[in-house]
Design a protein around this ligand. Structure first.
Ligand code: PMP
Ligand code: GLN
Length: 379
């Protein structure tokens, strides 16, 4: 067959997790927690299954869950969201993003993508025949160069993708960034796809700048979320998309013939669990403590921390240690130090390499200690 993605190999997450297994390494590469999720939530899934919630869910998602999500969006972001017409539950955040792109892009459309970019974005753009227009976030603070965004907008610009808190860098967008985005897109047909899967993983009392806070942006946006990040259950693959009614109508046309509906018992359980606000409101501080502990442990290693304000990732520079490219360096680190990381060049189309590695700190203290110990012995 003719490959539709000739440039694409196996995702870096799978590559590094596989290497971690082969070398019995501590895996701080792929982003997932190694501590247990909340037992109350797994009990609720069992209860839903026992109570017979085992058949297809509503195509748009289990209504009580959509109602709870709308309530939460109202409380947190002051948004008025219609559960019937503006929320669709999806099998994961990646799927929500992909569906938003498939719903809107036609061949030749241009999509502005900030790099480093989460690795599903560009293949999703290309599979839809659209053209990614790359803009590098400014190293080392990974800020958005808004002047460049203005310059790169053409009559074919159909979409801008944003991600805050940001994977892989842990940077976050500020209110000033959102104002820039609003000014740039005002009076245009540009659609925004906002990846907010790390909405609650934000530190240092910074407020998450959801698109949902900005009515003028919200009316042109698909906003995508993931329960996997919020409840420490990345394997559940459940998320959702909030978008205005006309966008959602089209989104659902694609969704209905792709997977039709998402996992029923998990939706039923989440509809009940969402009432415990503390579970997501406490997440930022919980992970902030992990970030701080990890940063402190890493002071004993030769690696230099870049700032992380959100997500569960912390980037480290090794530029002062080696001339090696980050992929080769990361592979050597697995083999020689027994620690798996993600080379950040994997998130750039042209492999831009600032000699930075991404490490995931959503791990038990003992895991972080063991990784830092191994890295401090690394020569
Ligand atoms: N976007 C970003 C930036 C992510 O890091 C992830 C995590 N995998 C996702 C989307 C996808 O989430 P999900 O696992 O729910 O598909
Ligand atoms: N989002 C996770 C990460 O960035 C992994 C997701 C995946 O493996 N596709 O590490």
């Amino acid at each position: 067959i003719v490959s539709k993605l000739p440039q694409v190999g196996t995702t870096i997450f799978t590559v590094m997790s596989q290497l971690a297994v082969e070398h019995s390494a501590v895996n701080l590469g792929q982003g997932f927690p190694d501590f247990p999720m909340d037992g109350q939530l797994t009990d609720l899934v069992n209860k839903a299954m026992k109570n017979g919630f085992n058949q297809y869910a509503h195509m748009h998602g289990y209504m009580p869950l959509r109602e709870k999500i709308a309530e939460k969006a109202g409380k947190l972001y002051g948004a008025v969201v219609k559960p019937d017409a503006e929320i669709t539950i999806t099998p994961g955040g990646t799927y929500a993003l992909y569906t938003a792109l498939t719903t809107t892009l036609v061949p030749g459309d241009e999509v502005i993508v900030f790099e480093p970019a989460y690795d599903s974005y560009v293949p999703a753009i290309e599979l839809n025949g659209a053209v990614p227009v790359f803009i590098s976030l400014r190293y080392p603070d990974y800020a958005v160069p808004w002047e460049e965004v203005r310059e790169k907008i053409t009559p074919r610009t159909r979409m801008i993708m944003i991600n805050t808190p940001h994977n892989p860098t842990g940077s976050v967008l500020s209110a000033a960034d959102m104002e820039q985005l609003q000014a740039i897109t005002e009076g245009t047909n540009i659609i925004i796809v906002s990846d907010e899967v790390y909405e609650h993983l934000i530190f240092d009392n910074i407020q998450h700048q959801s698109i949902l806070r900005y009515p003028a942006l919200r009316e042109r946006s698909f906003v995508c979320f993931s329960f996997g990040k919020t409840y420490h259950c990345t394997g559940w693959k459940l998320g959702y998309c909030i978008a205005p009614e006309d966008f959602t109508t089209e989104f659902r046309k694609v969704h209905q013939f792709n997977c039709f509906s998402a996992h029923t018992p998990v939706q039923v359980a989440l509809a009940e669990f969402l009432q415990y606000e503390e579970a997501y409101l406490s997440l930022g501080l919980f992970l902030q403590h992990k970030r701080d502990y990890f940063q402190q442990l890493m002071l004993k290693t030769p690696f230099k921390a870049l700032p992380s304000y959100g997500s569960y990732f912390q980037c480290f520079s090794y530029a002062h240690l080696s001339e090696e490219g980050d992929r080769a360096f990361a592979e050597r680190l697995v083999r020689e130090a027994g620690v798996a990381t993600i080379p950040v060049s994997a998130f750039y189309s042209k492999g831009e390499d600032n000699k930075v590695l991404r490490l995931c700190f959503a791990k038990k203290a003992t895991t972080l200690e063991s990784a830092a110990k191994r890295l401090s012995d690394f020569k």
